[in-house]
Design a protein around this ligand. Structure first.
Ligand SMILES: Cc1cc2nc3c(=O)[nH]c(=O)nc-3n(C[C@H](O)[C@H](O)[C@H](O)COP(=O)(O)O)c2cc1C
Length: 123
């Protein structure tokens, strides 16, 4: 299990290498069964325009047949970036709903925005 560097710039370089090599970093823990859920929100930070590759390590282990997935991405300028396209690719069999972008620096004070989005999109 590899830990990411605490240093921002080092982490950025590691993440770029993982993206370039289409890596699937191992997670400490995986979800194995999402059969009891219909709607699934995949929230994560924007790393080089998409989710961290470790998110795909998890998504590829799950069966999304008949599910609806919603991209939520924190970012520092890229907005939703490639989040919807990534879910289309990595959540085989799922429909992709409207997503949400949250400015990373404002994440702690975005509860109302997130709740409003969830109410509108997920009911
Ligand atoms: C490796 C790495 C790559 C990043 N790439 C982007 C990017 O392409 N676009 C962007 O808007 N923000 C980018 N960011 C900023 C993150 O999206 C931002 O730090 C995150 O959303 C805030 O969550 P955090 O506090 O968990 O880092 C990057 C950050 C890291 C560490």
């Amino acid at each position: 299990m590899k830990e990411y560097a605490a240093d921002y710039y080092e982490c950025i370089e590691d993440a770029k290498a993982e993206l370039r090599s289409n890596a699937r970093p191992e997670l400490k823990k995986y979800l194995t069964d999402i059969s009891q859920y219909d709607n699934i929100v995949v929230a994560g930070p924007c790393w080089w325009g998409t989710y961290p590759m470790a998110v795909f390590s998890q998504l590829e282990k799950l069966d999304f047949t008949g599910k609806k997935v919603f991209p939520v991405m924190t970012h520092e300028g890229s907005g939703q970036a490639g989040s919807a396209a990534a879910l289309k690719k990595h959540c085989k069999g799922a429909a992709v709903g409207n997503g949400l972008a949250v400015h990373g620096a404002d994440a702690a004070k975005s509860e109302r925005t997130v709740a409003g989005w969830a109410k509108k999109e997920l009911g």
